[in-house]
Design a protein around this ligand. Sequence first.
Ligand SMILES: [Zn+2]
Length: 402
Amino acid sequence: MADTEYSRRTAVTGLSVSPTDATRLRELVEEWKRGCQLAVNEAWGVCHTRSEVQQLTYDLLRERTDLGSQHAVLATHRAAEAIKRAGESGTKPEFTSPTVAFDTRTMTVFDDRTVSLTTTDERVRCDLELPPDGGYQSRFLDDETWEPAKSALHYRDGEFVFHLGFRTPTPGVEPPTEGATVLGVDLGVENLAVTSTARFFPAGELTHRREEFEAVRASLDATGTRSADRTLRQAGYRLDQFVNHRLHEVATGIVSEADRYDCALVAFGELSEVRDLLPDASSYHEWLFSRLLSLVEYRAAERDIAVVEVNPEYTSQRCMECGFTHPQNRDLDAGQFECLKCGASANDDYNAAKNIAFRCVRRGPLSSRGLGAAACALQSGVVTPDDGFTPYAELSEAPRSD
Ligand SMILES: [Zn+2]
């Protein structure tokens, strides 16, 4: 079945790994990077579809790396994706990130909260390190309607973190096949969400309250008394309530924005990529994003609006005005996007939201990408690949304005 027929989520969890298994996993990470790079070097400028890259490079990977057969296949696919995306920037991808992809052939998730992973040596089996209360991760682990899917192992600062992917058949709304207008949403640390129509949902209060809670926890942990425990539980409860309330507000805001601009589709960047794209994001942010996405999906379904996740790579580096893609298009400190080529400038997150929306738009009959949306909703008009920007005033059904 096609990807678009599933909702996908990622549960981020630590892994408890014995020293021997840690060595095996580190070895796998190294071989994976090497395998992806070999495949890219071989296929760069030659081909870019998964099947072509696999055909061209699979034997080479089996010969020159210790990757098992299925990991070799996955590495050729990872290489193909990287080549396809790099086409926009013209720079050959370098695999430096310590991340390995897994699928259901290379991993097994067990009911006892363990996972077994294929390595270059023996399979390793390790405990998932979940929060004491099970965390949001348990919701997916315990719910049989969610099945394990494409996942990723990350190795950072001596720790293994597993991004356990889940999928479920899309419940409510099928993405429209053509003609839809799409609202793009960029998720971030500074702004929790920004829409392609320039609606901003700052994260300030959420971050602030969380930091306050952490400070209380740190001071109470030192005392360790029972009343300290109670105080901490109460503070935690109040924080949860506040966070839930705020997430509901933001989800409602996003869906009403989609409604107002007549969008049949709301697009987010894939959450599984967040760690790589937002180095400042903590697992708290990942939890916020995941929860927000579920709430939006729930509310959007009531209005027949579909929610999709698109690949977010380069969405923060690409100029929405001219398409020029470059890491230095951004002034990270100022949160400002400034195109090196055409000089266009915009808020960083707003530019990314527009690019996320644009990922859903079908670009001509040759394009295999795109969900068939026809236009992206912006603040003052829509953008289509053929006609460029059209202000709402010139459209027959202009949305209401404030
Ligand atoms: Zn530009």
